[in-house]
Structures are given as structure tokens and as C-alpha cells.
Design a protein. Sequence first.
Length: 282
Amino acid sequence: MTTSTAPGAHTLADFAGAIVLVGAGKMGGAILDGWLALGLPPASVVVIEPQPTSELSALTSSGLILNPPLKDVREAAAIVIAIKPQVAPMVVPTLVPLLAPGTVVLSIMAGRTLAFLESVLAPNTALVRAMPNTPAAIGRGITVAAPNPKVSPRQRELVHALLAATGLVEWVTDEGLMDAVTAVSGSGPAYVFLLAEALTQAGTSAGLPPELAAKLARATVSGSGELLNQSPLDPATLRQNVTSPGGTTAAALEVLMATDGMAQLMSRAVMAATQRSRELAG
């Protein structure tokens, strides 16, 4: 079962306690930017990042707390884990001293399951596993979240507010769906970028100057994406609206929709990514 409805109308300012961000790389940094853009006071945020950027370090002048001794961190409302999954067995256990009775732990690590988190953190920890995607960097991401049974309604509201800072949020009760989520939306931006790359190369092969081919491909992919975002029509209808019988688009789609065409390739790609996500989970 899924739901995209916000559990409450609360903003991040409505929640007491520190927000601890563990890992401030590309995704962690994008999430932090989203929080601050929504008005979360920097003094409410603790960041644990061994290689902080100059931009992150500059935020300390506004009150953000960077790399403090863990024993000095005040009670955490939420701990957001945004590190690489490969280092999780070493890093996550060190976070146990930050846990308080009301703390919820939100992980955006690919492939790391709720069972893994439960095994390395304190018993009865409220946990949410989530998968965002890179359009979060411009506030246009989508994240799918799966909670464990320990998450209270209030904690779910907090997690929703934290994730909604970078885009849409969907909730699932079946964690088993997260591997397919990773394959579709987590990895999906790379598929779209590959489409733009391939369209550029095809345009160049057809005789366009490379710079013009790249500009046409970029504008076409981004513009079509925004049309899809704003239109009430489904993708199939939008595709059909562009396609005149016997025209140029129809000739191209005949190739792309052949028995070994785009739909089959995409299905195989998503299945491969889904399987890899399962392998990463062990």
C-alpha cells in the first residue's frame, strides 16, 4: 500500500530537538539546502561530515553545528543517514550515543534494509528507510519512504517534513518494494540523461553541428519533462498527440517501439537495477 498524503500540515519549525545529518555529500547536501530554504534554523542542525565543503563550513557562522563530539549533541529529534552504503557497518554503530527515546532514524542509503539498521542500532529504534533521487538538488525530487513498526505518527510527520523539503514524498508499507523504487526513480535520472546523450549523438550523426544537437536534445528532454509534469494527460496520450499517422515521429517510433525496442530495454534495465539493489542488501 502507498500513500502520498502528508501525515500532517506541520513544518520543520514545529518540531523540537536537533536534526542530525550524517553525511553531507551531494544528496545529503541537497537535503540540507532544502531544509534551510524552508526556514529551518541552522542552529537546529548538526552535521557530521569528515570532508566538509567550504560552503558547509561557512554555515557554522549562522549557527550550524559541524562535527561536534557526539557526547555534546543535544537530544536528537531525527538522525538522517546519508552516507555511502559501503561504510555503513563502520559508521552507523557509532551513532548509538545520539539516540534518545523519541529519536527517529531516517536512512537514505541504497540497499541498506531496515533489518540491517535494526541489527546495528539500539533495540526498539524508530526507523525509516527512504530512497530520494538527484532532482532533489533543485527541489524537484521524489522520495519513497518505508517505516518500521516503531515509528509513531508524530515521527512520521517529522520524516515527511524532512523529505518534502526536496520534492514529493510517497510512503509504502512493504519494504520489499524499495528495490524496484531504487531501480525506477533512484536510478531513473541517469536513464533520462542517457536519453539526452543518445539524442545528441543521433542528431550529430544526422548532420547537426554538435553544439546545436546538444542544445536541441537538452531543451527537448527538459521541456517534455515539464509538459509531462504539468499535463493531466498520461504519457501514452501525450506521445500519441505528437504522432501524426505516416509522419516523421511515427517513423521514429516504429523503430523505438519494435519488439526489441525501448520498452523491452527499459524493462531489462530496471530489472537489472532491482537485482543489484537486492544484492547490495545482502
